[in-house]
Design a protein around this ligand. Structure first.
Ligand SMILES: NC(=O)c1ccc[n+]([C@@H]2O[C@H](COP(=O)([O-])OP(=O)(O)OC[C@H]3O[C@@H](n4cnc5c(N)ncnc54)[C@H](OP(=O)(O)O)[C@@H]3O)[C@@H](O)[C@H]2O)c1
Length: 297
């Protein structure tokens, strides 16, 4: 089976390409600057000529704060891009697996969000992703939209890498302790996405639609930071002595963020037999890999 992966240089894209070797899959990996999902003609040309069975869209504009001052770019990449991919997939009669975000929710729910909860994003990034989801649903019935959250990996900039760096540089770090969510690791979601593609290849009664996938367990950024620094301290000398819990008010950012964006993944378990892993286990693996990796550099 041949599959296009867009955004192949991003956190999830990189892991998708790496993990695909464990599956019976041939991947065509695409990213900027050679391939732009907002270029409708380029999208249509590659999808029509590649003789592929599915597209996984891991390309996105993910700069949550910057999106507040660049709404046009955010909507172009996160709404128009997926819409063009969906339209080309429809022409070729192939499915689109598209990734979305917990930030489509406003965070006012007490419990974890389920797929049918109404979206109500509080920032530009979430709004652009919600618009992209809506367009994919409207254009192409054969879609899986997989919402995820708080992504981290060996690659790019993410919370785990930032906390380790700050822990090496500073005596004290303040971290927001009143926003709740589910840390998720790019290699885990890549596996989930490839399992979904594998099921699409062998089953003809796929329950198309919107699903949630995130690490198992809920924490705050503060709880996440404490765990990261405790693990990192086993590998490296850290300067940090004090991790201070902050309120959202005490740590203002350009974009508002939901107070609770925990995702309930039951539907994915029921329909695809995919079970999220506890986030602490995956964090442990990532911290090990990060220090092995630096040792090799
Ligand atoms: N990161 C998170 O915490 C998080 C949380 C929830 C959901 N998600 C969702 O998860 C998915 C993957 O996120 P990620 O963290 O892997 O993102 P990422 O690391 O930012 O990777 C996105 C990739 O897409 C590329 N890209 C941007 N604009 C493009 C365009 N017009 N055409 C083609 N490629 C383009 C980026 O290239 P450049 O780097 O050159 O721009 C980058 O390589 C996204 O849908 C995101 O919304 C992420």
């Amino acid at each position: 089976m041949k599959v296009i992966v867009t955004g192949c240089n991003g956190q999830v894209g990189k892991e998708l390409c790496k993990k695909s070797k464990e599956y019976d899959l041939e991947i065509i990996s695409l990213d900027l600057p050679d391939f732009d999902i907002t270029d409708m003609e380029a999208v249509d040309e590659i999808i029509s000529k590649s003789n592929i069975s599915a597209v996984i869209n891991a390309a996105a504009y993910t700069a949550v704060d910057k999106a507040e001052s660049e709404p046009d770019i955010a909507f172009n990449v996160n709404q128009k891009g997926p819409a063009y991919l969906a339209a080309s997939c429809r022409k070729q009669k192939i499915p689109l697996i598209h990734i979305s975000t917990d930030y489509v929710f406003d965070g006012s729910k007490i419990d974890a969000y389920i797929e049918t909860d109404p979206v109500s994003p509080v920032g530009v990034y979430g709004k652009s992703k919600a618009a992209g989801e809506a367009d994919v649903r409207k254009i192409l019935a054969e879609h899986v939209i997989l919402r995820t959250a708080w992504l981290c990996s060996e690659h790019g900039n993410n919370f785990v890498k930032t906390m380790i760096r700050l822990g090496q540089e500073r005596n004290e770090i303040g971290v927001v302790a009143d926003q709740y969510g589910c840390p998720t690791f790019a290699n885990d979601i890549a596996e989930a996405l490839l399992d979904i593609v594998g099921k699409i290849a062998i089953k003809n009664d796929i329950a198309w639609g919107t699903y949630h996938y995130c690490g198992k367990g809920v924490t705050t950024w503060y709880g996440f930071a404490k765990e990261i620094l405790e693990l990192a301290g086993e590998y490296t000398g850290l300067k940090v002595r004090n991790i201070v819990p902050l309120t959202t008010k005490e740590y203002p950012t350009p974009a508002k963020r939901p107070a609770n964006s925990a995702l309930d993944c039951t539907l994915l378990k029921n329909n695809f037999n995919i079970f999220p892993k506890p986030w602490q286990n995956s964090l442990d693996d990532l911290v090990k890999r990060l220090f092995d990796y630096s040792a090799d550099e």
